[in-house]
Design a protein around this ligand. Sequence first.
Ligand code: GDG
Length: 441
Amino acid sequence: MAPVLRDRGGIWLGWPGITDEDNISDKKLKELMEKGIKDSGYDLEPIIFSHEEAEKYYEGFSNEIIWPLFHDLPSLCNFKEEYWNIYKDVNERFASKLTEKAKPEDFIWVHDYHLINVATRLRKRSLTNKIGFFLHIPFPPLDVFLKLPWRREILQSLLDYDLIGFQTQRDKRNFLQCVRRVLRFRVQARGTKNMVYIKNHNRKVSVAAFPISIDYDSFAEGAESENVAKRAWFLHENLPNRTLILGIDRLDYTKGIPFKLKAFKRALEKYPELHKNISLVQILVPSRVHIPKYRELKENIEKLVGEINGKFTELGWVPVYYIFRSMTREELLAYYRTSEIAFVTPLKDGMNLVVKEFCASNIEETGVVILSEFAGAAAQLGEDSILVNPYDVERTADAIYNAFTSDYTYRKRRMRKLRRSIKKYDIFWWVNEFLEYGKEE
Ligand code: GDG
């Protein structure tokens, strides 16, 4: 969101990830906590949580209930009534701060599953501003959503917005089906393919899909910069005569990393000509590491990497380079620019920006994309990618081989099309679309 706010100005209200019990030594963070800061073009207003709120609202309701459920993994949910109560309290705190800060003409744009209940709280305070909501993660199908003990409350909270945006038509359809079946509301389709109206008593709620994107130019230009070119050259110099297949994922069970590693292993078993000619660079970005499920996942990933490397490594060739840390933007760009294949196989993903960033940075236009059909990005990029079902290890292994052997003309044609589409529908297009709909009566 940073490029957008820089472009348009405004106030960004959010949790900076620290609690009032943390001992903060960083000067900038201290300043942010005490009085907020002015960035170039917009203001940051912090909402600081207590340790209990961080645990039960953020890790609890948001990340142990909504996150797994909305990614179709209800068995990983930890449904607790106290999580729901504290979720409402924290949403109330956001609403209270918003009421203090918003001018009557401001458009209020609430982002993501942590804040679904904010509009309800604002309506109670009789705020008359237009309020939009964008869900960055998928919206689950009816039979999965029904498992949520607070299913009515969550739907009713969403209907307190004026505009609800989803990543894809699939998510929008799922939501509308839930509204029809759980709340028995009528849904009215309008002239355009995208927009649908729901009548919520005397208010009209608009629902549409807005596939999020990236600041394309900044990735394309960044990839061309001298520093990135040097880094990219250095990477290939150290790994000569070899195709690099790149995975960049936050440490999360939805990203399907164990399946991905199993598919890579299977490809090496099935296609010996890949030996010494391909290496997987798997970058795993630390996330939610104090939650036990995430720690277990990390151990499982490391075990699989160890097994593959133990079985296949030869002098001068390591099949998997595994990196567990965050990268600077420049490092990231160098990996994007230098890798021949993007390996993006989440089990379910709202959109997936990594695949868009890879294409934007692929300035030679010779890269190939292997993409999960369950990533939101597949709706836009599927036609020019190699689509896989990430649970299907055998066929994903074949996809690796097909990407590896695909010829220059095929790559060039498809990558050009992918880049054209991402450039046209970039992050600025996305914001304009949302705000244009937001302005409508
Ligand atoms: C949620 C939804 C949806 C990652 N590691 C580093 C780094 N990153 C940046 C990437 C990319 C972003 O983080 C990850 O975005 P994704 O879209 O892949 O995934 P989520 O974090 O799960 O995001 C997702 C998204 O919201 C937007 O709506 O697409 O479906 O789950 O931008 O570049 N950036 C740097 N160093 C890293 O180590 N600098």
